[in-house]
Design a protein around this ligand. Structure first.
Ligand code: GRF
Length: 212
Protein backbone atom coordinates (compact mmCIF):
# COMPACT_ATOMS: atom_id res chain seq x y z
CA UNK A 1 0.00 0.00 0.00
CA UNK A 2 1.36 3.42 -0.94
CA UNK A 3 1.80 6.11 1.67
CA UNK A 4 1.18 9.84 1.88
CA UNK A 5 2.50 12.23 4.49
CA UNK A 6 0.72 15.58 4.83
CA UNK A 7 2.46 18.76 5.98
CA UNK A 8 0.30 21.45 7.57
CA UNK A 9 0.54 24.70 9.50
CA UNK A 10 -3.05 25.53 10.34
CA UNK A 11 -6.70 24.63 10.04
CA UNK A 12 -6.15 21.53 7.92
CA UNK A 13 -9.42 21.58 5.99
CA UNK A 14 -7.56 20.10 3.01
CA UNK A 15 -6.15 17.40 5.29
CA UNK A 16 -9.74 16.71 6.36
CA UNK A 17 -10.79 16.38 2.72
CA UNK A 18 -8.04 13.77 2.26
CA UNK A 19 -9.06 11.92 5.41
CA UNK A 20 -12.68 11.88 4.21
CA UNK A 21 -11.65 10.76 0.72
CA UNK A 22 -9.65 7.91 2.26
CA UNK A 23 -12.67 6.84 4.32
CA UNK A 24 -14.82 6.88 1.18
CA UNK A 25 -12.28 4.79 -0.72
CA UNK A 26 -11.48 7.62 -3.13
CA UNK A 27 -7.84 7.56 -2.06
CA UNK A 28 -6.26 4.14 -1.94
CA UNK A 29 -2.98 5.13 -0.26
CA UNK A 30 -2.64 5.36 3.49
CA UNK A 31 -2.15 8.73 5.15
CA UNK A 32 0.68 7.53 7.36
CA UNK A 33 1.59 10.79 9.04
CA UNK A 34 0.87 14.45 9.53
CA UNK A 35 3.64 16.90 10.36
CA UNK A 36 3.00 20.46 11.49
CA UNK A 37 5.44 23.28 12.11
CA UNK A 38 2.81 24.87 14.40
CA UNK A 39 1.87 23.15 17.65
CA UNK A 40 -1.53 24.89 17.72
CA UNK A 41 -2.56 23.83 14.22
CA UNK A 42 -6.14 22.56 14.27
CA UNK A 43 -5.14 20.02 11.64
CA UNK A 44 -3.36 18.12 14.43
CA UNK A 45 -6.74 17.57 16.10
CA UNK A 46 -8.15 16.33 12.80
CA UNK A 47 -5.23 13.87 12.49
CA UNK A 48 -5.75 12.62 16.03
CA UNK A 49 -9.48 12.15 15.47
CA UNK A 50 -8.70 10.10 12.39
CA UNK A 51 -6.10 8.00 14.23
CA UNK A 52 -3.24 9.28 12.08
CA UNK A 53 0.15 9.67 13.80
CA UNK A 54 1.24 13.29 13.92
CA UNK A 55 4.35 15.21 14.89
CA UNK A 56 5.15 18.84 15.56
CA UNK A 57 8.45 20.10 14.29
CA UNK A 58 8.67 23.77 15.19
CA UNK A 59 10.80 25.93 12.92
CA UNK A 60 11.44 28.19 15.93
CA UNK A 61 13.61 25.43 17.42
CA UNK A 62 16.11 25.75 14.57
CA UNK A 63 18.53 28.55 13.90
CA UNK A 64 18.42 28.47 10.14
CA UNK A 65 15.98 27.56 7.40
CA UNK A 66 18.44 24.87 6.27
CA UNK A 67 18.61 23.31 9.75
CA UNK A 68 14.82 23.13 10.00
CA UNK A 69 14.45 21.68 6.53
CA UNK A 70 17.16 19.08 7.25
CA UNK A 71 15.28 18.01 10.37
CA UNK A 72 12.01 17.92 8.45
CA UNK A 73 13.66 15.83 5.75
CA UNK A 74 14.98 13.34 8.31
CA UNK A 75 11.60 13.17 9.95
CA UNK A 76 9.81 12.61 6.63
CA UNK A 77 12.25 9.97 5.39
CA UNK A 78 11.33 7.79 8.35
CA UNK A 79 7.87 7.44 6.81
CA UNK A 80 9.30 6.54 3.39
CA UNK A 81 6.39 8.37 1.75
CA UNK A 82 5.43 7.82 -1.87
CA UNK A 83 4.05 11.35 -1.89
CA UNK A 84 4.54 14.37 0.35
CA UNK A 85 1.46 16.58 0.29
CA UNK A 86 1.67 20.21 1.35
CA UNK A 87 -1.74 21.31 2.60
CA UNK A 88 -1.46 24.83 3.97
CA UNK A 89 2.17 24.35 5.01
CA UNK A 90 3.30 27.95 5.33
CA UNK A 91 7.05 27.62 4.78
CA UNK A 92 9.36 28.24 1.87
CA UNK A 93 11.44 25.12 1.32
CA UNK A 94 15.16 24.95 0.65
CA UNK A 95 16.55 23.47 -2.55
CA UNK A 96 18.12 20.52 -0.67
CA UNK A 97 14.72 19.57 0.69
CA UNK A 98 12.95 20.03 -2.61
CA UNK A 99 15.53 17.90 -4.43
CA UNK A 100 15.29 15.13 -1.85
CA UNK A 101 11.58 14.78 -2.62
CA UNK A 102 11.74 15.69 -6.28
CA UNK A 103 8.66 14.55 -8.24
CA UNK A 104 6.94 13.37 -5.07
CA UNK A 105 6.25 16.72 -3.41
CA UNK A 106 3.09 18.63 -4.28
CA UNK A 107 1.27 21.75 -3.12
CA UNK A 108 -2.13 23.33 -3.56
CA UNK A 109 -2.31 27.06 -4.15
CA UNK A 110 -5.45 29.21 -4.00
CA UNK A 111 -5.04 30.98 -7.35
CA UNK A 112 -4.68 30.28 -11.04
CA UNK A 113 -0.89 30.21 -11.25
CA UNK A 114 1.23 31.82 -12.55
CA UNK A 115 -1.08 34.60 -11.38
CA UNK A 116 -0.95 35.54 -7.71
CA UNK A 117 1.90 33.58 -6.22
CA UNK A 118 2.35 34.01 -2.46
CA UNK A 119 -0.23 35.18 0.07
CA UNK A 120 -3.57 37.04 -0.02
CA UNK A 121 -4.47 35.69 -3.40
CA UNK A 122 -8.21 36.41 -3.08
CA UNK A 123 -7.65 40.05 -2.12
CA UNK A 124 -5.30 40.50 -5.05
CA UNK A 125 -7.57 38.77 -7.56
CA UNK A 126 -10.46 41.03 -6.52
CA UNK A 127 -8.29 44.16 -6.59
CA UNK A 128 -7.06 43.25 -10.07
CA UNK A 129 -10.64 43.04 -11.34
CA UNK A 130 -10.30 39.40 -12.37
CA UNK A 131 -13.46 37.71 -13.59
CA UNK A 132 -12.24 34.24 -12.71
CA UNK A 133 -10.07 32.71 -10.01
CA UNK A 134 -9.39 29.21 -8.75
CA UNK A 135 -6.85 26.68 -7.59
CA UNK A 136 -3.62 25.22 -8.84
CA UNK A 137 -2.06 21.92 -7.82
CA UNK A 138 1.62 21.76 -8.63
CA UNK A 139 4.87 19.95 -8.02
CA UNK A 140 7.09 21.93 -5.67
CA UNK A 141 10.28 23.52 -6.91
CA UNK A 142 12.69 25.94 -5.25
CA UNK A 143 10.64 28.83 -6.60
CA UNK A 144 7.73 29.67 -4.29
CA UNK A 145 4.50 28.51 -5.97
CA UNK A 146 6.56 28.10 -9.12
CA UNK A 147 6.89 24.36 -9.81
CA UNK A 148 5.31 22.49 -12.74
CA UNK A 149 1.53 22.82 -12.68
CA UNK A 150 -0.44 19.56 -12.60
CA UNK A 151 -4.00 20.83 -12.66
CA UNK A 152 -6.23 23.84 -12.19
CA UNK A 153 -9.90 24.36 -11.38
CA UNK A 154 -11.71 27.64 -11.92
CA UNK A 155 -14.54 29.64 -10.41
CA UNK A 156 -16.25 32.80 -11.55
CA UNK A 157 -15.81 36.06 -9.67
CA UNK A 158 -19.26 37.63 -9.44
CA UNK A 159 -20.07 41.32 -9.29
CA UNK A 160 -20.82 41.23 -5.58
CA UNK A 161 -17.94 38.92 -4.67
CA UNK A 162 -15.96 39.64 -1.52
CA UNK A 163 -12.94 37.94 0.01
CA UNK A 164 -15.06 35.69 2.23
CA UNK A 165 -17.34 34.45 -0.53
CA UNK A 166 -14.43 33.95 -2.89
CA UNK A 167 -12.42 32.06 -0.30
CA UNK A 168 -15.39 29.75 0.23
CA UNK A 169 -15.67 28.99 -3.48
CA UNK A 170 -11.93 28.34 -3.74
CA UNK A 171 -11.83 26.07 -0.70
CA UNK A 172 -14.67 24.01 -2.13
CA UNK A 173 -12.62 23.49 -5.26
CA UNK A 174 -9.60 22.54 -3.17
CA UNK A 175 -11.49 19.96 -1.15
CA UNK A 176 -13.13 18.50 -4.24
CA UNK A 177 -10.08 18.22 -6.45
CA UNK A 178 -6.97 17.72 -4.28
CA UNK A 179 -7.94 14.12 -3.39
CA UNK A 180 -8.72 13.31 -7.03
CA UNK A 181 -5.36 14.57 -8.27
CA UNK A 182 -3.49 12.87 -5.44
CA UNK A 183 -5.11 9.54 -6.32
CA UNK A 184 -4.09 9.97 -9.96
CA UNK A 185 -0.50 10.59 -8.91
CA UNK A 186 -0.47 7.55 -6.67
CA UNK A 187 -1.83 5.31 -9.39
CA UNK A 188 0.84 6.61 -11.78
CA UNK A 189 -1.66 8.25 -14.14
CA UNK A 190 -0.02 11.60 -13.40
CA UNK A 191 3.74 11.96 -13.07
CA UNK A 192 6.49 14.49 -13.57
CA UNK A 193 9.78 13.97 -15.37
CA UNK A 194 12.35 16.72 -15.87
CA UNK A 195 9.82 19.45 -15.03
CA UNK A 196 7.25 18.12 -17.48
CA UNK A 197 3.95 16.85 -16.10
CA UNK A 198 2.33 13.89 -17.87
CA UNK A 199 -1.23 12.59 -17.71
CA UNK A 200 -1.66 9.08 -19.08
CA UNK A 201 1.79 9.49 -20.66
CA UNK A 202 0.74 12.63 -22.58
CA UNK A 203 2.63 15.84 -21.74
CA UNK A 204 0.39 18.55 -20.29
CA UNK A 205 0.55 22.25 -21.13
CA UNK A 206 2.26 24.56 -18.65
CA UNK A 207 -1.02 25.22 -16.84
CA UNK A 208 -1.68 21.52 -16.37
CA UNK A 209 -5.07 19.90 -16.88
CA UNK A 210 -8.28 21.83 -16.39
CA UNK A 211 -10.42 20.00 -13.86
CA UNK A 212 -13.73 21.78 -14.38
C1 GRF B 1 -5.46 26.55 1.37
O1 GRF B 1 -6.19 27.60 0.83
C2 GRF B 1 -4.32 26.19 0.46
O2 GRF B 1 -4.57 26.45 -0.87
C3 GRF B 1 -3.21 27.10 0.94
O3 GRF B 1 -3.40 27.18 2.33
C4 GRF B 1 -4.75 26.96 2.65
C5 GRF B 1 -4.79 25.89 3.69
O4 GRF B 1 -6.08 25.69 4.21
N1 GRF B 1 -1.94 26.59 0.53
P1 GRF B 1 -6.33 24.46 5.18
O5 GRF B 1 -5.32 24.56 6.32
O6 GRF B 1 -6.20 23.21 4.41
O7 GRF B 1 -7.73 24.68 5.70
Amino acid sequence: MKSIVVLISGNGSNLQALIDAKKQGKITANITGVISNQSQAYGLVRAKNAGIPSEVLSHTDYETREAFDDALQTCLLRYAPDLVVLAGFMRKLTSNFVHCFENRLINIHPALLPKFRGLQTHERALAAGETEHGISIHYVSEVLDGGPIIAQAKCQIDDKEDVTSLQKKVQQLEHQYYPIVIEKILTGEIYCLENQVYYQDIPLSNTGMLLN
